[in-house]
Ligand binder design. Structure first.
Ligand code: BG6
Length: 487
């Protein structure tokens, strides 16, 4: 399959940290179609060789196993080219058009790895240059807007030039092998489906915790905050995969229709429930991995009086027959105790106990990162024969069944961006987010953003290296539950 893959924002962080390294890995794995060119587009004045040298220096910053040797890079980079463009200049798109026409590849993917405020102008100019024909797809990086109105404006501008089938909205969490496994767990096995409902499940907790702070992205992050950066997209996408009904087919729209239904069933927030069910926090100085680290307000490019949240925990409900009354708790934050993404499904307590002692309810832990696996917590008898007098059974002990997907499938796994890029080239749409899903997610978080704007109190402080403000624990204790680390 011949392809041309164009990266707008060709010298940006995303391109050199994620996109190019992922393409390089795909090339190494032999999965990148052979007949394809990669074109980086940016404002700097440089030629192919200068760009390749710049890229090589950056790829060398990767972890050892992912670093290219000089010979590998030379072979890979034959396919990498550079074009200087001013994205507001129509003439520059003509140049791009000529560059592409030269070869007339079967598939052309325009990857917009720029700030989203440029998406409308880029799409408009691509359309004007005739670069929206049926062989072209456009990939849109998050954040897609900063609220519902801006997301709709972007979608309208993109929709005026490209069809929905051509517009691929990326949420890289959907490309993680662990998230693929979530679909496999639910729809490739019969075991859990009968239990996957309110009758058996007490609550579900989704944690996307990061150990790192905002690093060099202080200015971007301060305009964004944890709710827009992680909850509106990654966390809600995971929630849809947990809560959705089984789709009738593997078609992208069959899956996305079911995810949309979940988003539409989420109980809307109002001013009162934002106060009672949403906690926002901001990290103060503390320790991470044994090192003293500064607070958010001391980070580079962050205003010293910023009220941007670096932590969010919230309680929500999916209002349908399957899930009525089951709380879903979502939390995310920077500078938390450790990097850990997982989904915990807490089953209901035994209706009646014949064993003595404490009985922990069953728990299924879907580990997304850093480990990728499944843990099923059960109660078992140790068989010591050590019964207390008068008791028929010894007390049960908690044990767990552990499945480590990294070990089971180690040599075959690919990273999220690698997978998403290959899907974009092949036109596989089921891991991309449709505009109506994305707009519905904005519609749902918007009352929170509005309530926060008028709230004088601002985010609650938490020390770096902890699990966030104590109010996040209170959110669960109120319902008689706790986060996994408190169990
Ligand atoms: C990005 C956010 O979408 O996801 C970042 O903008 C965050 O702030 C990142 O660090 C987390 O992704 P991952 O794959 O490292 O969990």
């Amino acid at each position: 399959m011949s392809f041309d893959l164009v990266f707008f924002g060709g010298t940006g962080d995303l391109t050199w940290r994620k996109l190019m390294p992922s393409l390089f890995q795909a090339w190494r794995h032999g999965t990148l179609p052979a007949d394809g060119r990669i074109l980086a587009v940016a404002r700097d004045d440089q030629n192919d060789d200068q760009y390749r040298q710049w890229l090589f220096e950056r790829l060398l910053q990767a972890e050892e196993a992912k670093r290219p040797t000089e010979a590998e890079f030379n072979a890979f980079s034959q396919r990498v080219h550079y074009l200087r463009m001013d994205l507001s200049q129509a003439g520059d798109y003509q140049q791009l058009q000529q560059w592409l026409q030269h070869r007339n590849a079967r598939t052309v993917v325009m990857y917009l790895a720029t700030s989203p405020h440029l998406f409308p102008v880029i799409c408009e100019q691509l359309g004007a240059a005739g670069l929206n024909h049926e062989r072209v797809r456009v990939v849109l990086e998050k954040p897609l807007g900063h609220d519902l109105a801006s997301a709709q404006a972007i979608n309208r501008a993109v929709g005026a030039v490209f069809t929905e089938q051509q517009a691929l909205r990326i949420d890289h969490y959907l490309g993680k092998p662990s998230v693929q496994n979530l679909m496999a767990l639910r729809f490739g096995n019969v075991l859990f489906e009968p239990l996957w409902r309110r009758e058996s499940i007490a609550n579900i907790q989704i944690t996307l915790a990061e150990g790192l702070g905002v690093g060099s992205r202080g200015d971007f992050y301060d305009r964004t905050g944890a709710l827009r950066d992680m909850i509106q997209n990654h966390a809600l996408q995971l929630l849809t995969m947990i809560a959705m009904e089984p789709p009738s087919s593997p078609d992208a729209d069959a899956i996305r229709d079911e995810k949309l239904k979940v988003l539409r069933s989420l109980k809307p927030f109002d001013e009162r429930s934002v106060v009672s069910d949403v906690v926002r926090g901001q990290y103060r100085a503390g320790a991470a991995a044994g090192q003293a680290v500064c607070g958010y307000l001391e980070e580079a490019k962050v205003p010293t009086n910023s009220r941007t949240e670096t932590f969010v925990a919230l309680r929500c409900e999916v209002q349908n027959w399957r899930w009525a009354g089951v709380p879903f708790y979502l939390r995310t934050g920077k500078r938390l105790a450790q990097r850990q993404a997982e989904i915990v499904v807490n089953f209901r307590a035994l209706p009646h106990a014949i064993f003595p002692g404490r009985h922990l309810p069953n728990r299924l832990v879907i580990k997304l990162q850093p480990e990728d696996g499944l843990q099923l917590h059960l109660m078992a008898s140790r068989g010591t024969g050590n019964h207390a007098s008068g008791q028929a059974f010894e007390p049960l002990s908690p044990v767990s069944l552990d499945l480590d997907f990294d070990r089971a499938f180690s040599s075959e796994r690919v990273g999220a961006y690698e997978r998403m890029l290959l899907d974009a080239l092949a036109g596989r749409l089921n891991l991309f987010v449709r505009s109506d899903e994305q707009e519905q997610a904005w519609r749902w978080v918007e009352p929170i953003l509005e309530a926060w704007q008028g709230d004088e109190l601002g985010p609650k402080p938490y020390n770096a290296g902890t699990w966030g403000p104590s109010a996040a624990s209170a959110l669960l204790t109120r319902d008689g539950f706790c986060w996994p680390e408190e169990a």
